[in-house]
Design a binder for this molecule. Structure first.
Ligand code: AHR
Length: 495
């Protein structure tokens, strides 16, 4: 059996892992909002204010910290006033980005903000800069957050909500380099300054404004935006990067049927996230050495060809153990960069791209990716500890990756959480975690393990699910365990 060592310095706390790194994204796209999260109050599916209760419970269980809405590309054609007031009177519009279907606006600001209240998570609203006006965005902020006498606060009250909501995260424009307006970074940053100037802090609410950052490796975008904006204009910039196994948008690859070569291509393309975050971070360091401006990876995940027979505009895909490995690797990367990465949002929460939840009629299932968020949830708010792994590499001639990747953090009670993934398709690995400055009294944990192509279906919803992991032991002060091929573990070393 192969062996590897993870060395942890329990005395070296590197940065706090912002809970928002475990965030999600929900767009008016396919069946994410409608029939995914929202079924309407008259549905026979048990719901709370129209939102499925099973989905609410599942998201609460993984401690969803933040939910981004209403897009994505949809955000830049969304006019919020169409989504308030009496539902039957709300405007119907074309969802031009996603299948040209009718959007009836029955899920709008009130429904979203109430959903976030129910989930106990932060709302992250993406404002329309591409086709909306400065006034429209300014009035949305006033509508949501102002407690006094004003036209928008009165309108909100008329629509049944007396008290304002708290809104921290406000994105201004989505992919403004693409679907959000095809702008140059010079133009975007000027326009951003104009829009953000009129988004005010009302009634004790403090906005955390997020500017549109780069598409993947567009380092020039980051350079220009960072040169033109400072911490008074923006609290963070975003980054979007999707894992596409083939690298070809026209034939991305199947979600469930893939070769070993395609599997390792997926893993190695996911690990590119580390290079992206590092290099964008270096540019940010030049302009903001004190790291006052955060990096928010507000869209990430695997993007495959849609499931056969489904609407190509709906981006519905299955989710296998390969996706679980991808999720674990990405979360390890975000944790490792938590001095700069303050939030990340998996695309998307339900029924779209790398979802944590899939629904079909009244049925709901949890994907392998969901279980990784469950295994990792205790990293939220914990202190990242310095850790290093001497893993050997696996893969093919072209696509290589270290077999083991890890995150180690300390919680407020002084216990240590170790999460690790083994992306090898064939190697079991004996992992020894040496904990400098910490003597574990006990260790317990869970494991998610399956063949890379396994997934949960509506006929067999629990095929891939975590199990107790009894084989971790303490040997001479180290935590020692065996990871089967294609597995993710979460271990708590108790003090
Ligand atoms: O998540 C799907 C789409 O991907 C989003 O709408 C857009 O922002 C990105 O290109």
């Amino acid at each position: 059996m192969k062996e590897t060592t993870i060395r942890v310095n329990a005395n070296k706390k590197k940065s706090r892992i912002n809970p928002e790194i475990y965030g999600h994204f929900s767009e008016h796209l396919g069946r994410c909002i409608y029939n995914g999260l929202y079924v309407g109050e008259d549905s026979s599916i048990p719901n709370s204010g129209g939102v499925r209760k099973d989905v609410i419970e599942a998201l609460k269980n993984i401690k969803i910290p933040v939910l981004r809405w209403p897009g994505g590309c949809f955000a830049d054609e969304y006019h919020w006033k169409d989504g308030i007031g009496e539902k039957s009177a709300r405007k119907k519009m074309i969802n031009t980005n996603w299948g040209h279907v009718v959007e009836d606006n029955s899920f709008g600001t009130h429904e979203f903000m109430e959903l976030c209240e129910e989930l106990g998570c932060q709302p992250y609203v993406a404002g329309n800069m591409g086709s909306g006006t400065v006034q429209e965005l300014a009035e949305w902020v006033e509508y949501m957050t102002f407690d006094g006498v004003s036209p928008m606060a009165e309108l909100r009250r008329k629509n049944g909500r007396e008290k304002p909501w708290k809104l921290k995260y406000l994105g201004i424009g989505n992919e403004s380099w693409g679907c959000g307006g095809n702008m140059r970074p010079e133009y975007y940053s000027d326009l951003y300054k104009q829009y953000q100037s009129f988004c005010k802090n009302f009634s004790g609410n403090e906005l955390y404004k997020v500017a549109c950052g780069p598409n993947a490796d567009d380092y020039n975008w980051t350079e220009v935006v960072m040169k033109n904006l400072n911490e008074y204009h923006t609290k963070a910039i975003s980054l979007h990067y999707y894992t596409i196994p083939s690298g070809n948008w026209n034939a991305k690859g199947s979600a469930t049927g893939f070769t070993d070569e395609e599997y390792y291509a997926t893993v190695s393309k996911t690990l590119y996230m580390d290079e992206l975050v590092t290099k964008h971070g270096e540019i940010m360091d030049k302009y903001d050495p004190e790291k006052k401006i955060g990096l928010i990876v507000d869209e990430w995940g695997c993007w495959y060809d849609v499931e056969e027979g489904t609407n190509p505009g709906f981006l519905y895909q299955q989710n296998t153990m390969r996706d679980a490995i991808v999720a674990a690797e990405n979360l390890n990367i975000f944790n490792a960069h938590s001095d700069r990465v303050v939030m990340a949002n998996l695309a998307q929460a339900v029924n779209v791209l790398q979802s944590v939840i899939l629904t079909e009629g009244d049925k709901m299932l949890l994907t392998p990716t969901y279980h990784v968020f469950d295994l990792y949830k205790e990293h939220q708010g914990a202190e990242l500890l310095e850790s290093e792994c001497d893993s050997f590499e696996v893969g093919t001639e072209e696509y290589k990756a270290p077999a083991i990747s890890q995150s180690v953090s300390a919680d407020s009670s002084g216990n240590i959480l170790i999460t690790a993934s083994n992306c090898s398709l064939s190697d079991s690995v004996r992992v020894k975690v040496m904990l400098d400055g910490f003597s574990p009294a006990d260790v317990k944990g869970r494991i998610l393990c399956a063949a890379a192509g396994e997934f949960n279906s509506f006929d067999c919803p629990d095929k891939v699910k975590p199990a107790d992991f009894g084989s971790a032991v303490i040997e001479g002060g180290s935590v020692v365990f065996e990871m089967p091929p294609c597995s993710v573990v979460s271990l708590k070393a108790l003090k």
